[in-house]
Design a protein. Structure first.
Length: 553
């Protein structure tokens, strides 16, 4: 089986029980042994690997076994001397040294030891401060070891330094930093791109911009690095889904190398011996840096006893395990994502409609609620004003969702209620709509239009009053995974944006986590329809139509 001594050493430490792996890394080893390492049409460039490791350890720091393991796969080639992996995903807990490793690796790529001329690199992050992290570390190390162009004593590489660019005087390879403002960027001629702080990326627009510049120089590489964050349904979640499909064997031919480190279970936060699952710097034997970091993280954990409000951040950043207080949200991320199931055949089924039209200036949501046994199915659509979106700076990929047909963007002073009526008219051609439930706030606009179109409409005079009535049902449906939205990231976003407020009388109310940037319209339309769930008549209309055809009038 093809391998390197660094890969063998790291895998053997795991298999012998010297170190422990989280489930994702266990799956990674299985995937590598089954789909990659057995191949005779691939090879590791061990000369490049050795040069890279020696370069980093001489000019940066002593590498840990997991870092040597990662470096090995950066230099995996096929028989045509093309990279097997052109993309790398390193998702590790804060402090695991991802920026240090990427800085050192980037410096090597520029040097004549790597040996590719004009192998330019760019590090991209959401903020200039973060984007400059790797750049400034490389800048500092080059100056410290006098490898810049004023060094007359020689060295393994000479570089020209400015505050904006690092250039190899031998290969002419340049290293720069950029912020993730895709509107002001054009794809260049990069040899490699580093996407830092990927948990902050709203969509893949900036990735597409920089990816377009790759391929003009041989051996193009992209690195996605970061720690998990608090934004759901963004670029990071989709990247995790893609990588899990590889690790589970569902898409083993996808060429991205997924190194994901996190605790497996919530209660492992209280078991320091398990923390190396999230942060491989804690794998024994720990380096001096690892020991200092471990003491720091342990102190932060102990602080949670007196400051429990810091738990969510500790779980997300130190354990790489996003967690929310389930008493303050509708459902866990996992339970909300479990709504992503195939929508069953519903033609001619009966449904209750739901509408949320509270603000005609930003969003409006519509949907149909179906019941099938213990499960509820929600088919929905949204309308959003272009002018609102232009100024709101919302995080999720709205334009991408529009292309998927999940919402319609209208260029109007306010959302015309006719859009809502027309949607239900179209849906009536396929489904039997018993009634439509909406809050009373816009009924002066909607009621005449619905009635003229032949719909029964029920208005909720005090929609907040039904929240406490529905809270137990909502919790049960999501916890038991009986809600089906289909593959609808817009509805998942709406649902994840809802906070649960417990009032002084003990009643619960569903509110927005953020008044301006966390829209919840789709969830409230779902809530309105759910109020009349028990009135859905599960009638087999196909059978009724067949009977009518047989009758002789």
């Amino acid at each position: 089986m093809m391998s390197t001594k660094y890969i063998d050493a790291y895998i053997n430490k795991y298999k012998s029980g010297e170190i422990i792996f989280n489930k994702e890394r266990q799956l990674l080893i299985e995937y590598l042994e089954m789909h990659v390492l057995y191949r005779d049409d691939l090879h590791f460039d061990e000369e490049q690997i050795e040069r890279c490791i020696k370069f980093i350890e001489k000019f940066y720091f002593k590498l840990q076994p997991f870092q040597k393991f990662l470096i090995s796969f950066v230099f995996l080639f096929d028989n045509d001397d093309e990279l097997f992996y052109e993309q790398f995903f390193w998702l590790v807990a804060r402090g695991a040294g991802k920026n240090g490793l990427i800085s050192a690796l980037s410096n090597y790529f520029l040097s004549e030891l790597h040996g590719i001329k004009n192998y330019h690199g760019t590090v991209v992050a959401n903020t200039e401060k973060q984007a400059k992290t790797s750049f400034e570390e490389m800048y500092s190390q080059i100056r410290q070891h006098k490898l810049h162009d004023n060094d007359t004593e020689g060295g393994s590489g000479f570089f020209n330094l400015t505050k904006l660019r690092i250039t190899s005087n031998i290969t002419n390879s340049k290293f720069e930093f950029a912020t993730s403002n895709a509107g002001s960027k054009d794809g260049g001629r990069e040899g490699f791109v580093i996407y830092d702080e990927i948990h902050r990326y709203e969509d893949r627009e900036i990735v597409d911009v920089f990816s377009s510049g790759l391929g003009k120089v041989k051996h193009p590489r992209e690195f996605y690095i970061g720690t998990d964050g608090f934004v759901r349904e963004g670029f990071l979640d989709r990247l995790k889904e893609r990588c899990m499909a590889i690790l589970k064997g569902e898409n083993p031919d996808d060429r991205i190398f997924p190194f994901i480190c996190k605790i497996d279970e919530e209660d492992e936060i209280g078991k320091p011996e398990m923390w190396s699952k999230a942060n491989p710097m804690f794998e024994e034997p720990m380096s001096d840096y690892g020991q200092r970091l471990y003491r720091k993280v342990l102190n932060q954990y102990n602080d949670l006893q007196s400051e429990p409000s810091g738990r969510e951040n500790f779980m997300t950043k130190r354990m790489n395990f996003p967690e929310v207080d389930l008493s303050k949200v509708v459902a866990s991320y996992e339970d909300v994502y479990a709504t992503n199931r195939e929508v069953p055949l519903l033609k001619n089924k009966t449904a209750i409609g739901g509408v949320d039209f509270a603000s005609i200036k930003d969003f409006a949501a519509v949907g149909l609620l179906f019941k099938q046994g213990d499960e509820v199915i929600w088919i929905s659509h949204s309308f959003a004003r272009k002018q609102y979106l232009d100024h709101a700076n919302l995080k999720p990929p709205i334009k991408e969702w529009e292309k998927r047909g999940l919402l319609t963007i209208v260029d109007e002073p306010s959302i015309d209620p006719v859009h809502i009526i027309n949607w239900f008219v179209e849906m009536r051609k396929k489904y039997a709509i018993q009634m439509i439930v909406a809050d009373n706030f816009r009924m002066d606009l909607l009621r005449p239009l619905f009635e003229n179109a032949g719909f029964d409409i029920e208005s909720l005079r005090n929609p907040r009053a039904i929240h406490s009535l529905l809270a137990p049902r909502i919790e049960t449906l999501f916890a038991n995974r009986r809600v089906i939205f289909g593959d609808n990231p817009l509805m998942r976003w709406f649902t994840n944006n809802v906070a649960v407020k417990v009032k002084p009388d003990g009643n619960k109310e569903f509110i927005k986590k953020d008044e301006h940037r966390r829209k919840t319209d789709g969830f409230h339309a779902f809530l309105h329809a759910l109020y009349r769930l028990d009135e859905i008549e599960e009638v087999n209309l196909d059978a009724a139509f067949d009977l009518l055809e047989r009758l002789d009038f």
